[in-house]
Design a protein around this ligand. Structure first.
Ligand SMILES: Nc1ncnc2c1ncn2[C@@H]1O[C@H](COP(=O)(O)OP(=O)(O)OP(=O)(O)O)[C@@H](O)[C@H]1O
Ligand SMILES: [Mg+2]
Length: 190
């Protein structure tokens, strides 16, 4: 029996099941706390997520960034959506598409908050892509999607961390931790 107060991670990525694999290797490594996870695909995902929301205090869903049945179904159930984008691939077309998906979803799920997160930003201050991306966003005058006021930089720790650990659990990259803390604060208010 699940207790309310727990967190569940739902892997709803149609092409690759990275979140499930991460949980599995976490389990194999015996890392605490355990993270309950499940895979769910298809149109029934919205109802499944709403039901899970009654049992768990936090439901985290990974749909992947591509447009999919799973992304659309999740948008209909989510309180918060975070859409990570790399500044180098950041373009008006992608933002327009995300904005449209959010506008459609808000007809049913009106209180959802939708955020764009700039991820894997260049650490070299001479590279302007992040600034340019922020500028692009401003010029779009989107009313339904909000740009988070911080970025996650491209840091090797994300590629090096294995065995189901989190960046914080490796304790080796204070900068990446501080950046992630801003995200946790925004989403979970911690
Ligand atoms: N901030 C970052 N710094 C360095 N490497 C990163 C960062 N964010 C992601 N990566 C690396 O990039 C790769 C792909 O990232 P990620 O898993 O977030 O995308 P994805 O799940 O493949 O994309 P999507 O599911 O949206 O299509 C991973 O190997 C990950 O370690
Ligand atoms: Mg993914």
């Amino acid at each position: 029996m699940w207790d309310k107060g727990d967190t569940i991670l739902v892997d709803a990525e149609p092409t690759q099941q990275n979140s499930s694999l991460w949980c599995l290797s976490r389990e194999d490594s015996g890392i605490q706390p355990r993270i309950t996870s499940m895979s769910k695909l298809g149109k029934t995902l919205r109802n499944d997520l709403l039901k899970l929301g009654e049992k768990f205090s936090t439901v985290i869903v990974d749909t992947g960034g591509q447009d999919s049945t799973e992304l659309r179904a999740s948008l209909l159930a989510a309180d918060v959506i975070i859409s990570p984008m790399r500044p180098s691939q950041f373009d008006i077309w992608t933002l327009d598409r995300m904005n449209k998906l959010v506008v459609d979803a808000k007809q049913v799920n009106e209180n959802m908050r939708a955020y764009i997160l700039l991820n894997a930003a260049h650490t070299n201050p001479l590279v302007d892509e992040t600034k340019e991306s922020v500028q692009y966003f401003k010029e779009g005058h989107y009313e339904n999607i909000h740009l988070l006021p911080f970025v996650l930089y491209d840091r090797r720790i994300y590629r090096k961390v294995v065995g189901g650990f989190s960046v914080h659990e490796t304790g080796t990259d204070g900068k990446a931790e501080a950046e992630l803390n801003q995200l946790y604060k925004e989403v979970f208010n911690v």
